[in-house]
Design a protein around this ligand. Structure first.
Ligand code: MN3
Length: 202
């Protein structure tokens, strides 16, 4: 079975004013759709066909740039849509909040460190919050469509929160103001969903 572009759980305009409808429409319907179809083309007829996306990426030969770029793009955007919500924002609670406080001191310190990782990623890429199986947390960033489940990327653990900092994710609304986009993102993070991902990763 081939990979399918997932539907969003909310309307294209639901994340406004933090992420505008036009950006969401193009990002999902053109960029993510493009990664999906190119990933399907890249695995078709090879021994990678039929594997889950997690299996594909965690065992990937990084010299396979078609699967690296498009498989990463497929996975990363699926996660990105999932951890945002029109009812998002605020701060986490429960075990995730405890883990954040343990790792970073406070939620505000976490926010500052994550925002810095996103702002200082040169060019295109992603910022991540990853959970390790012992419950500890790590912030990192990756270039292009790389992600922490690929081996040898310099970023480890299970990604539970990801922020797309490619210009296609924000340029229509924010132009060069990536830090404003990062701030806006914090208003749409679905912390309940991130908490679920944390609990199932440890
Ligand atoms: Mn993108």
């Amino acid at each position: 079975m081939s990979f399918q572009l997932p539907d969003l759980n909310y309307g294209f305009d639901s994340l406004e004013p933090h992420i505008d409808a036009k950006t969401m429409q193009i990002h999902h319907g053109k960029h993510h759709a493009g990664y999906t179809s190119k990933l399907n083309a890249a695995v078709e007829g090879t021994d990678l066909e039929g594997k889950s996306i997690e299996d594909l990426l965690s065992n990937l030969d990084l010299s396979n740039s078609a699967v690296r770029n498009n498989g990463g793009g497929y996975y990363n955007h699926c996660l990105f849509w999932e951890i945002m919500s029109p009812n998002g924002g605020g701060s986490p609670s429960g075990d995730l909040l405890s883990a954040i406080e343990k790792a970073f001191g406070s939620f505000d310190e976490f926010k500052a460190e994550f925002s810095k990782a996103a702002a200082t990623r040169f060019g295109s890429g992603w910022a991540w919050l990853c959970a390790h199986s012992d419950g500890s947390l790590e912030i990192c960033s990756t270039a292009n469509q790389d992600n922490p489940i690929m081996n040898g990327i310099g970023c480890e653990g299970s990604p539970i929160l990801g922020l797309d900092v490619w210009e296609h994710a924000y340029y229509l609304n924010y132009q060069n103001r990536r830090p404003d986009y990062i701030n806006g993102f914090f208003n749409v993070i679905d912390w309940a969903k991130v908490g679920e991902k944390y609990n199932s990763s440890i």
